[in-house]
Design a protein around this ligand. Structure first.
Ligand SMILES: NC(=O)c1ccc[n+]([C@@H]2O[C@H](COP(=O)([O-])OP(=O)(O)OC[C@H]3O[C@@H](n4cnc5c(N)ncnc54)[C@H](O)[C@@H]3O)[C@@H](O)[C@H]2O)c1
Length: 257
């Protein structure tokens, strides 16, 4: 594999999850140094196995909604690697699946806290590091749910639309300082998160929901975490040097239909 990211420092949130880990693995394979963070108790084992060299991987546990804790993550990444060139602002939760009148308000608040405030805190604390260096690439994890509605997922849909808004706000604010800010908008990806949504949509019939979703996608299948990681790595790289404020769908044509 070409070493197109040699020596670049990539901070990744939700790095123990499906898409975060696939992205960490791919960027490490291209030569990047990885600062990985996820919630306390997350399983970093597969990530450590994929990147066994201690000098190339930093792991720090933190809740992205805790500004002080996330500040320690940023400080640890800069302390170990000197700067942050790439920030994959990726941690997120799906939350409850229910029609709006039945949707638990505390569940709504929790989804907004992790998926919106967490993304905001990440931007707030990483942008100054990149501004000091005069360059950087930030990729926020939105979703096709950031572009279109979806029954039963009001909090997730609202939160992912907000991620698109934060992406555009940050891109306009920081593009002139050499910091590009884009978001990815994946469709259904084979992952724990989609299994949870399928089960929430029709308890006991997740497989049927999966097949129903897949049938609506022009490519007739879910994507894989590696297929999302490829787009993340592209946006992180200098190949995307003039891409700023964009929303990249990775959805097999779902939102084109
Ligand atoms: N899986 C999909 O089909 C899909 C589709 C579109 C968008 N996305 C988005 O991609 C991102 C990654 O999703 P994934 O499929 O890898 O899910 P995942 O659940 O495998 O990974 C998400 C990670 O975020 C972490 N996390 C959750 N809350 C956190 C918090 N408060 N602080 C720190 N870390 C926290 C989790 O521990 C988990 O490891 C999410 O933002 C998700 O909404 C996923």
């Amino acid at each position: 594999m070409t070493q197109t990211m040699t020596g670049k420092v990539a901070l990744i949130t939700g790095a123990a999850g499906a898409i975060g880990m696939a992205s960490a693995r791919l960027m490490a394979a291209r030569g990047a140094l990885i600062a990985a963070t996820d919630i306390a108790g997350a399983d970093f084992g597969p990530l450590r196995a994929a990147i066994p060299e201690e000098e190339r991987l930093l792991v720090v546990e933190a809740d992205v909604t805790d500004e002080a804790a996330f500040g320690k993550v940023v400080a640890a990444a800069v302390g170990k690697f000197g700067t942050i060139d790439i920030f994959f602002n990726n941690a997120g939760i799906e939350g409850p699946v229910a029609p709006i009148p039945d949707f638990p308000t505390d569940g709504f608040r929790k989804v907004m806290d992790v998926n919106v405030t967490g993304i905001f805190i990440g931007l707030k604390l990483v942008i100054p590091v990149m501004a000091k260096a005069g360059h950087g690439s930030i990729i926020n994890s939105s979703s096709v749910a950031g572009l279109t509605g979806s029954a039963g997922l009001c909090a997730y849909v609202a939160s992912k639309h907000a991620v698109l808004g934060l992406t555009r706000a940050a891109a306009v604010e920081w593009g002139g300082k050499g910091i590009r800010v884009n978001c990815i908008n994946p469709g259904p990806i084979d992952s724990r998160m989609m299994e949870s949504i399928e089960e929430g949509a029709s308890p006991g019939a997740a497989a049927a929901v999966h097949d129903g979703f897949a049938a609506t996608i022009p490519m007739k299948r879910y994507g894989t975490p590696d297929e999302v990681a490829g787009v993340v790595a592209f946006l992180a790289s200098d190949d995307a040097a003039y891409v700023n404020g964009a929303a990249y769908t990775v959805d097999g044509g779902m939102t084109a239909a």
